[in-house]
Write a protein that binds this ligand. Structure first.
Ligand SMILES: [Zn+2]
Length: 329
């Protein structure tokens, strides 16, 4: 238990052949041959990537340092920094991003479990649930797009083993009072399913259809109306972590993860809220080498005595193990 590490915020991208699984059926030259060919190509790409990674990681570590500093810019320049951040983030996805990369990075960084979050249509809920059946160290989280059968779908995913619901209003372009979210919250509440909310306003249209819906304060009515549901403010509201910390202080059912936060904000959050409200998370593979960078930030804080060793242990694993009810084996 002592050296257990859980990354509470991870994305995985299926190989192209899998992403295109359904449309391929309609192609005249047949699905199997083309899929096989693409999967062979995938293996080749994986091999090239593993050679490139050690060469490119030092540069990506610098990008992490830059993204931490975006918030110090004058307000009018932040959207430009966000766009650059969006572009540089893609390198990590190209360089890592697939399940083989994730397993390798988890092993290298001694991470026992990763909470893998779906993002349809790119990463489908079914794909994430399949991964969790194949790998015991993958904790699946679903994200249900607006549709007439959303409630049934969420119920089905819970039966299939989903451990949390993700809501990304900035990406969906919906507001917090949209009936779709209210319906999903009812189901989550009934099943005691934790809800991860994307927080952090990033001006990266068209990827985020409503960037301002990243602001954590938009969801306050949810925290009030569902006191028995645990909510995780993902990324600690990015540029404005104090807003996330203040909300966590006000509502006992709130937690936050440390992805996209510099060491100073992590220390402030731990010392203000207590480590049992904070969880390690990296948003791997966006940017690249996130797991090592994230763990180093926490270690630095322990070395400088800015947080205690027990707090680091709590943040690195115990908070997430508790909130997501992870059966440690
Ligand atoms: Zn994410």
């Amino acid at each position: 238990m002592d050296d257990l590490i859980i990354d509470s915020h991870v994305h995985v991208y299926p190989p192209l052949a899998k992403m295109l699984d359904t449309p391929l059926e309609y192609l005249p030259w047949g699905k199997t041959e083309l899929t096989d060919l693409m999967l062979m190509g995938h293996e080749g790409v994986q091999e090239v990537k593993s050679k490139l990674k050690p060469l490119l990681f030092p540069g990506l570590n610098k990008v992490h340092q830059l993204t931490e500093k975006a918030r110090l810019l004058p307000e009018r320049l932040v959207p430009i920094a966000d766009k650059l951040q969006g572009i540089t983030g893609i390198y990590g996805v190209l360089l890592e991003g697939q399940i083989e990369d994730l397993q390798q990075q988890m092993e290298t960084n001694s991470i026992s479990y990763s909470v893998v979050i779906a993002h349809p249509p790119i990463t489908s809920n079914e794909y994430v649930l399949q991964l969790s059946q194949k790998y015991h160290n993958i904790i699946p989280v679903v994200n249900v797009p607006k549709c007439s059968r959303a409630v049934d779908k969420l119920q089905h995913y819970i039966e299939m083993g989903a451990k949390a619901l993700k809501i990304h209003a900035a990406s969906d372009g919906l507001d917090a009072f949209d009936q779709h979210y209210l319906d999903l919250l009812e189901v989550a509440n009934e099943h005691k399913l934790p809800v991860i909310i994307h927080t952090g306003c990033l001006y990266i249209k068209p990827l985020y259809r409503a960037p301002h819906m990243g602001h954590a304060e938009h969801f306050e009515s949810w925290f009030k109306n569902y006191p028995d549901t645990n909510f995780i403010l993902a990324h600690m509201n990015i540029h404005y972590p104090q807003v996330a910390i203040d909300l966590c202080r006000e509502y006992a059912n709130l937690y936050t993860d440390v992805s996209w936060q510099p060491a100073s904000s992590i220390a402030h959050a731990v010392n203000t809220l207590g480590a049992e409200r904070i969880m390690f998370g990296t948003d791997w593979p966006i940017v690249g080498n996130n797991m090592q960078v994230g763990l180093e930030r926490i270690q630095q804080l322990v070395d400088k005595k800015a947080i205690m060793q027990e707090d680091a242990r709590q943040v690195k694993a115990l908070t997430a193990a508790d909130v997501f009810s992870i059966d440690i084996v």
